[in-house]
Design a binder for this molecule. Sequence first.
Ligand SMILES: Nc1ncnc2c1ncn2[C@@H]1O[C@H](COP(=O)(O)OP(=O)(O)OP(=O)(O)O)[C@@H](O)[C@H]1O
Ligand SMILES: [Mg+2]
Length: 248
Amino acid sequence: MIKKSRDSRALITLKDSKSPISEAYRTLRTNIQFSNIDKDLKTIIFTSAIPQEGKSSTVANLAVSMAQAGKKVVLIDCDLRKPTLHERFKISNIYGLTNVLVGEKGIYQVIQFPEEIENLSMITSGPIPPNPAELLDSRKMETILDELKEKVDIILIDTPPIGIVTDAAVLSTKVDGVILVVGYKQAEIEMVQSAQSLLNKVGANIIGTVLTQIDINDRSYSKYGSYGYYGEIQKQADNRKKKRAGRG
Ligand SMILES: Nc1ncnc2c1ncn2[C@@H]1O[C@H](COP(=O)(O)OP(=O)(O)OP(=O)(O)O)[C@@H](O)[C@H]1O
Ligand SMILES: [Mg+2]
């Protein structure tokens, strides 16, 4: 049976595509497209230094946003330790990637098409294996990515935190790019630096970072505030405050 998804895991890009948060995911989509100029970035993994920094939320919403823009997207759950993507999209995880990796199923037997999201296909984790890193390091994993690359525009991949287990480092050598998700206030700077050096050590192509979990009312964030949508909201709020103060 498919577990009911928790509210915090609801996909905002599906539920409310006009919200500022969905707009932020569209900005991320555009930034990735720009970083793709002159390069062939078809496979991208999302990782973070420590757990709970927002990897799965980011990759899931970005996948929806890219599919909404007409790109053919495959979203793969390579977090074979704590997979969540199937819950977010309310699809089954009886069969998935691990069944293909151990040779029980073919890719096209496990690929799923979440309802009402045109252009998006998904491969869930499948049953949790005892040896995730070994499976992800296999030749079979490379074959799966090569085969899918021929068929779609982009492959987005969720992974576990690189500061905790080796899976993302292993995968980073098999993909075109890595995005490091950083939970503002959650990960210490040293942890992020150490994640970065782990990726550099294996020769990963870090294409950028995504800052998550920002409180837009937090004044310490205002140093970033002149950029992007949230900065605009903050500026408008500040202007309103100034006007009110001037009147009073
Ligand atoms: N951009 C964001 N802004 C605010 N909160 C966020 C954002 N992205 C994720 N979160 C919140 O952060 C928490 C962790 O999110 P998520 O499950 O996506 O992280 P994760 O890195 O995949 O975790 P894990 O390491 O356990 O797989 C959730 O409560 C989620 O709602
Ligand atoms: Mg996750």
